[in-house]
Design a protein around this ligand. Structure first.
Ligand code: SF4
Length: 342
C-alpha cells in the first residue's frame, strides 16, 4: 500500500484502504446513516455518482481546488464522498452505474496525475510515478520534459488504441524506450485505472443494507433504469456486430473503432439515428448530445453530408473487432453477412 499524504488521499481516494481510513477518522458506516450531521455526506456521495453517470462531472461540487484540498476540513469530506459512493454502488449492485462512476473517477484522477507528473523532479519515488508503477506495473522515468517507458510496456498498454498518433511508428523511440508527454503517459493507463476502480466496487460480497442508506440506494436503482436499453434484434447480425452490442449491453467500454463499425453498419441497414442512439446509453462515457451529434455526422445528416460506410472485414480484423465464424464465408464486409451464396 502506498504511503499517502492528506491531499493525495483526496486526489486519489481509490488508493486508500476504506476500512482503515474510517477507523482512523473515528467513524463507522452506521453513523453516516443515522447522525444528522453526517447524512449530508451521503448526499454528497449520491451527487458524485449522479454527476458521473450523467457524464456531467462539473455538476459535482468537489472540495479540491487547483489540485489541492480547499481547506483542512474539506479533505475528509472529499474522501468520505468517494468511500460512501463505493458503499452506495455496492449496495445498489448495478454494474452499469459502477462502470460509469469508475470511468469518471479514472478521468478525474487522470487530470490530477497529469498535473502532478508535470511538477515532479527526476525522483522515481514520487507518488505519480509510484502509482503508475505499483498499479499498472509500468516502469516510468522522467527525462527532461518527457516520461520514458520501455517499448514492450508501451505496446502492451497501447494495444487498444487505434488512432494513428498511438502507433509506435509515430512515437519518438530511443534505445528501446518510448518518449511520452505527461498527458500521453496518463492517457495510456486510463482504461486500467477505470478497471481498478470498478474492481474496488464490484469485487467482494455485497454488504447488507445500512440503516439510513435505503433512500439513496432506491433512488439509484430507479435512476439506473434510464440506462437499460432495448437492444435491436441482432439475430441475423454478424458476430462482430453481435459482440459490439454485447459489450454495450454489459456496460463496458466499446472502443471508438467499434462504435464506428456498429453505427455505420446499422445506418447502412436503414436504422435511424434515433433508433441507434439508445444502444450507446449503456456505455460508461455516454453523453446524449455528443452521441446524437456523432451519429448524425456518420449518417451524413450534418457536417459534410457524406454518409460513412461500414469498414471492411479486413480493416475490422486489424482493429481486433472481427470474431469470424464459418458462416462469414469469405465475405469482405459485415454488410454481406447471410447474403453470400456458395
Ligand atoms: S469476417 Fe467480417 S463479418 Fe465476420 S466477424 Fe469478421 S468482420 Fe465480422
Amino acid at each position: 500500500m502506498l504511503a499517502l499524504g492528506q491531499d493525495e488521499i483526496a486526489k486519489y481516494p481509490f488508493l486508500a484502504d476504506a476500512g482503515q481510513y474510517l477507523k482512523e477518522q473515528g467513524f463507522t458506516l452506521e453513523q453516516f446513516g443515522t447522525d444528522p450531521d453526517l447524512i449530508p455526506l451521503i448526499e454528497k456521495a449520491y451527487n458524485r455518482i449522479y454527476a458521473a453517470c450523467e457524464g456531467d462531472p462539473q455538476s459535482y461540487k468537489s472540495d479540491i481546488i487547483e489540485n489541492q484540498a480547499s481547506n483542512t476540513a474539506s479533505l475528509p469530506r472529499e474522501v468520505f464522498s468517494f468511500l460512501l459512493s463505493i458503499v452506495l454502488l455496492k449496495l445498489t449492485g448495478i454494474p452499469t452505474l459502477a462502470k460509469r462512476f469508475a470511468l469518471n473517477e479514472a478521468m478525474r484522477a487522470e487530470a490530477f496525475l497529469e498535473k502532478d507528473l508535470k511538477n515532479i523532479s527526476t525522483d522515481s519515488n514520487e507518488l505519480p510515478i509510484k502509482i503508475i508503477e505499483d498499479l499498472f506495473s509500468i516502469k516510468v522515468k522522467k527525462h527532461n520534459d518527457f516520461f520514458v517507458i520501455s517499448v514492450s510496456d508501451y505496446i502492451k498498454h497501447s494495444i487498444h488504441f487505434h488512432e494513428r498518433e498511438w502507433k509506435l511508428i509515430n512515437r519518438h523511440v530511443e534505445d528501446g524506450f518510448v518518449f511520452l508527454t505527461p498527458h500521453q503517459t496518463v492517457r495510456l493507463v486510463r482504461k486500467e485505472l477505470g478497471t481498478f476502480i470498478t474492481s474496488k466496487i464490484l469485487t467482494g460480497k455485497k454488504p447488507s443494507m445500512i440503516s439510513g442508506f435505503e433512500k439513496f440506494v432506491n433512488n439509484l436503482i430507479s435512476y439506473s433504469k434510464k440506462f437499460s436499453i432495448s437492444i435491436v434484434d441482432s439475430g441475423e447480425y454478424p458476430p462482430c456486430i453481435k459482440h459490439a452490442i454485447e459489450i454495450l449491453e454489459k456496460g463496458e467500454n466499446l472502443p471508438h473503432s467499434g462504435r464506428f463499425m456498429l453505427a455505420t453498419f446499422l445506418l447502412s441497414k436503414g436504422r435511424l439515428v434515433q433508433q441507434i442512439a439508445p444502444l450507446f446509453k449503456n456505455a460508461p462515457d455516454y453523453n446524449e448530445k455528443t452521441t446524437l451529434y456523432q451519429l448524425n455526422h456518420l449518417a451524413g445528416t450534418s457536417g459534410s453530408g457524406t454518409q460513412y460506410s461500414c469498414p471492411s472485414c479486413e480493416k475490422l480484423k486489424t482493429q481486433n473487432l472481427c470474431f469470424i465464424i464459418p458462416e462469414c464465408n469469405n465475405i469482405i464486409s459485415p454488410l454481406q453477412f447471410g447474403k453470400k451464396k456458395n
